[in-house]
Write a protein that binds this ligand. Structure first.
Ligand code: LLP
Length: 443
């Protein structure tokens, strides 16, 4: 195969790319490692993460909001790999978790409970017990009944639990309906009136103390406007509640900051900061935020190998070894991920020398909803070529499954010229772990 540099492709805009997955001499690299080398060593499908991109995003965010001395809690749900958690912990991150399992992961990465915020609308009793035993910083409450339960569990443990109230500010984040959480009609948080009322009952409870207010209005938000609206409402409420609750010291503005998937659709961190810092600067509150996607989304790609190329009617199908079970975002949200050959081909039909035309890039799973891209401009590719699915670091592996008895992908971390497997590819034994063909009946 003749290699040549990647020219700009039509449906994506180059640069601006906020990651370290770059073309060198016609070969896509993760930092200084050719992706093809990783595929040869580890196989495919494989998630590949760049340490430099991850750490770079974390530092840029911190810098943008530096004036507020923000407490940045990484939303573990985006990507809970222990190596990712450890890298962020070493940078000084805190962690936002939504389950007992996520608390377990963060602790396993060597982080202390005091750096964890526990959220989510359905915390079970055992999860509340586990969180209190591990001394998490705060439990963010989303309903009256949950506050009652935390009060009861804390009483049994003879301690006072620090709680936050998650406010639903009724703000439209202008994003996909499945990841929009700040409108009144979603299941998340407490409306402002109920927040007030619930705060009023806290003084009378012996085992909870109001420490914070929390908001998260949605994900992949690409404009500062909804944040400004939300922060304005949150601050007004915070100032009001602080009069009765001296313990109320922190507000958490959530995550949701959008990233580039197609090209240049997300504002710079500086733009969000320029809109929000003036509002929050003199608030007197500790400012917390909890981004997931922003930190890790463009720090990861999914590497997959083409199994077959076929035509059906007018259509070209590129069938690769990654599927909806590996990356469900295209099937679930109609999400767009840029996809490029890892090594460009020369010749008629290749990029630059004419296009291979449109293609559906699909996996082997037996559903028509199993696709990574539809009607996508893709240069000429052949079986055994590698494809790089970009912006897959957030909600990629984390949402993967074993559907069709497919072992989950390996995960690799790159650091400069070296790489390491940070999660081994699952084996067939992993697929049946805990199962039995001979039930031990319990009468
Ligand atoms: N805080 C809370 C309370 C959340 O529910 C979430 C995400 C975050 C923070 C982090 O949001 P981020 O900064 O990553 O936007 N699976 C979807 C995204 C679901 C987001 C769920 N909550 C996707 O693949 O687009």
């Amino acid at each position: 195969m003749v290699l040549r540099p990647h020219p700009p492709s039509k449906d994506t805009c180059y640069p601006p790319r906020v990651d370290d997955f770059v073309d060198r001499g016609g070969r896509l690299h993760a930092e200084d490692v050719p992706l093809s080398r990783i595929a040869d060593a580890v196989g495919t499908p494989t998630y590949v993460y760049s340490r430099a991109t991850l750490v770079g995003h974390f530092r840029r965010l911190r810098e943008a909001f530096a004036e507020l001395k923000p407490h940045v809690g990484y939303a573990v749900k985006a990507n809970g790999n222990l190596a990712i958690l450890k890298l962020l912990a070493d940078e000084g991150a805190r962690f936002d978790v939504v389950s007992r399992g996520e608390i377990f992961r963060v602790l396993r990465a060597g982080v202390d409970g005091s750096r964890i915020d526990f959220e989510g609308p359905g915390k079970r009793r055992d999860e509340i017990e586990y969180a209190l035993d591990r001394k998490v910083r705060i439990l963010n409450v989303e309903s009256e009944a949950e506050l009652d339960l935390i009060d009861e569990v804390a009483a049994a443990k003879r301690l006072t639990a620090d709680v936050g109230l998650r406010v639903n500010p009724d703000v439209d984040p202008h994003t996909h309906v499945y990841i929009s959480t700040g409108k009144a009609e979603t299941k998340f948080g407490l409306d402002i009136e109920r927040t007030r009322r619930l705060a009023g009952t806290i003084a009378a409870r012996k085992h909870v103390r109001l420490k914070g207010l929390h908001v998260h209005i949605g994900s992949q938000i690409t404009e500062p406007g909804p944040y400004v609206e939300m922060v304005t409402r949150l601050l007004a409420l915070g100032r009001e509640l602080r009069r009765a609750h001296a313990s109320l010291v922190s507000i958490n503005i959530g995550g949701g900051f959008g990233i580039h998937y197609r090209g240049n659709e997300a504002p710079e961190m500086r733009e969000f900061a320029a809109a929000l810092v003036p509002l929050l600067r003199d608030s007197g509150f500790e400012i917390h935020m909890e981004p997931g996607r922003l930190l890790v989304g463009n720090a990861g790609v999914l590497l997959t190998r083409i199994t077959y190329v076929k035509r059906s009617g007018e259509k070209r199908f590129v069938i690769c070894d990654a599927a909806m079970n590996d990356l469900i975002r295209p099937s679930l949200y109609g999400a767009f991920h840029r996809i490029e050959p890892v090594e460009a081909r020369e010749g008629p039909g290749a990029q630059g020398g004419g296009s291979g035309g449109k293609a559906d890039i699909v996996g082997p799973v037996c559903e028509s909803g199993d696709f990574l891209a539809k009607d996508r401009d893709l240069p000429l590719v052949e079986a055994n070529d590698l494809l790089c699915v970009r912006s897959a670091g957030a909600y990629g592996f984390a949402m993967s499954s074993n559907y069709n008895a497919r072992p989950r992908a390996a995960e690799v971390l790159v650091d400069g010229a070296r790489f390491a497997v940070v999660r081994a590819r699952e084996t067939h034994e992993d697929l049946v772990r805990g199962e039995t063909a001979d039930p031990e009946w319990i009468a």
